[in-house]
Write a protein that binds this ligand. Sequence first.
Ligand code: NAD
Length: 469
Amino acid sequence: MDYSKLYINGQWVDSKGGELFDVINPATESSFAQVIMASELDVDCAVQSAQMAFKTWSKTSSSERAQWIQKLVDQLKLYRDEMALCISQSMGIPLHMSAEVQVDDPIEILQSYVERTALMDEIKQIGNAHIYKQPIGVCALISPWNYPLNQLMGKLGPALASGCTVVVKPAEQTSLQDYFVAKACDEIGLPKGVFNLVPGTGQIVGNALSQHKGIQLVSFTGSTRAGIQVATNAAPTVKKVIQELGGKSPLIIDEGCDVQAAVNYGIEDVMINTGQTCTAYSRWLVHKKHIQAVIQLAKQKTQSLKVGIDHDAFVGPVVNAAQKQRILKHIETGLKEGATLVTGGLEKPDGLDMGYYLQPTIFSNVKNKMTIAQEEIFGPVICIIEYENQEQAIELANDTHYGLAAAIYAKDQATGLNIAKQIDAGMVYINGASYNIEAPFGGMKQSGNGREFGDEGLQEYIELKAIHI
Ligand code: NAD
């Protein structure tokens, strides 16, 4: 694969002035690939190509688009192992977990939009008004590095299904799997200009896309900081912005629940992907009756997880040196703020001198006002906070400017549901409920605007037109 090219208008082309970026493997700290960072001129070309393609792609029938998406799904499956390897080498998830965690779900998400193309044909009637749907236009899809293919598929599926054309910008560190998506589009003969790939930096490509007059929608996933910049840059051209941003999600471990199950669920949820999951339940709110048991069980479970990159490792390195430093700084802050270190800390994990590894870390005696309980750490760090009663648990859960996800372990479903209804979060999981790619995904408050996945994800790419007869 030649990562020095861009994919624009159905062709692999050279950048007009872009520079190569070293992709560093976080397990070895050395560069293993170079990828082009596109220029503003490249963005212009990509947008023009998507605008041209929109004229015909937006007029295709829903069944034609369904066939194209199905072809793309089938072609992408051929590259499952290559994409799993790229993602593992680029952001650190151990290879033995990469295909399942980072590739299979995303392809399923794309698959889920094959049949959803038909939703575009539904016409709602209210009195004399007939409400038609049309695709919004050219969309910029900007993704982060933590689940790079997942974020792309959650955007590409509905965009293609609705009849939109796209300009894709992956995160600098994790551009490689997107080359396989472009390759697959090329191999199936997707009409030229429907899918355009311009890897690049947030400051150049991200800003140019957000400001571009030729783009009608930016679907952005990343930090709240960058999401605000995108919205600010997009405002003068009145384009739509969907923001999937950060989180500081609570796990409530309530009186009378299955404490062992809650702890296992919570530790695995946070430690998978080395804590670099937007929905990670990194803020545990524990009923005072269970606090000692939870601390002991969490310590045992955490210490049983192997840190490394081998076939039996669960916790890989974090994505890069800067992220490692940021997380260490948070751990230092936690110690300074007076939280108690249950396990982990500032030292390197034993035997791992190379690679951006950290010890999975748990703090107890955390107060919800502490920095470590308020800021998204985005690493393998859990804060344990004690509460007295359900009312206080709900108050603490909502005492954050984020509102992405929450999990509850309660003595029964009815108790869990009663708590869930009072939590300000886009997604709530009760007693270990599994993740469902058909349900709307997204956050409240500063965790974002809009939803991805399912019917609601498609809705974001649609303009409604009321024709009065
Ligand atoms: P980031 O904000 O630094 O970067 C995300 C993407 O935005 C990258 O492609 C980056 O190049 C681009 N970008 C940066 N500045 C930009 C700008 N000014 N204009 C346009 N694009 C710009 O985030 P990250 O560190 O890559 O990802 C981690 C963050 O993403 C965490 O906060 C995490 O919670 C969040 N996230 C949220 C979800 C969700 O669905 N809510 C999912 C995954 C990750």
